[in-house]
Design a protein around this ligand. Sequence first.
Ligand SMILES: [Zn+2]
Length: 345
Amino acid sequence: MLLNALQARSLYEFAYREKFAVLAINADSPAGIHDCLLAAKQVECPVIIETSLWQLEGISFGAGDALRGMRRYIADTAILANSDEFQSVPAIFHTDHIKGPKTREILGSAVTGLAVALNDVVLKLSPSSISLDASELSADQNIEFMNYLISLSKQSGRPVTLEMEAGVDSGLTSEDEVRRLVEGVEGKNPGYLYIFAPGLGSRHGHSADGYGEFSPDAVARNVKIIAACAGREIGIGLHGSSGLTDEQLRMAVLNGIIKVNWATDSLVSRSQFASEYYRENAERLQVSNKAFKVTAMDNGVNAYVSQHYVPVVAKRMRLLGGEGKNRGFWEYSASSGERRQDDSS
Ligand SMILES: [Zn+2]
């Protein structure tokens, strides 16, 4: 089931308490979303479907228009995740790397709700949780932007749940910087930050030289600093997990990583299975071949990719400790939902 912003808070808290991380996949096609939900169902764990600007604008969703892309992404994820087949899977739709001049409009609209008209009904869609790419922002701009999103949430009465990032590709973020960012948001607007993603020495994409700077200890250090600033424990988001070893990941999760972004290796995997399919079926793809239609149809390649890709996703979900966490999450979510209502009344 697609989680709303308050349920997303419960999931991030629950992952921290239970010491597992939710896999966040940049699923950039409807078939990709389906495959990630299927893997999560098999592993009985929660999942995050996330998207960056270039995926919002990709042909499968926005075709050049990021806002149209986000509407389609959320609607597509909701229809699949809320269907009987995937009801048991806690699913988050999260915005990932969004930067540049359109960021304010895209994320502002995401907070106040993207209107979708259907017959006589107008629905307002919002992501379960939101982050932005702060790599081109100063610390002050980053803080200002987070507080801007919170002010929109307050004005519109629509809850927002945030991930804040700090130079994830620029080596280890200093203690002073982490403190300044967390205090800049929590000091002014406490209770909206649920993930903090500092630079931990990992990098987006693959590196031929490995990730010598990355250490699970840095995760534990950050958890402590953030808790001291915010007055509550907030889990860590890990960007650029593709090149890390299984052992590094396992340790990092035990030390406080609650969300692991996964894009490069996922794309490598899907594209390799697709090219394998076309290579192996070259003969059947001749128009004179009797099997041409079933081989050429969208379902041909996507069914093949799904069959091979789902086990890869499931394996990574297990590595992050998420197996079997669904039941516990739904119980936690119900009780924390009641607690949140008590707090607001
Ligand atoms: Zn990232």
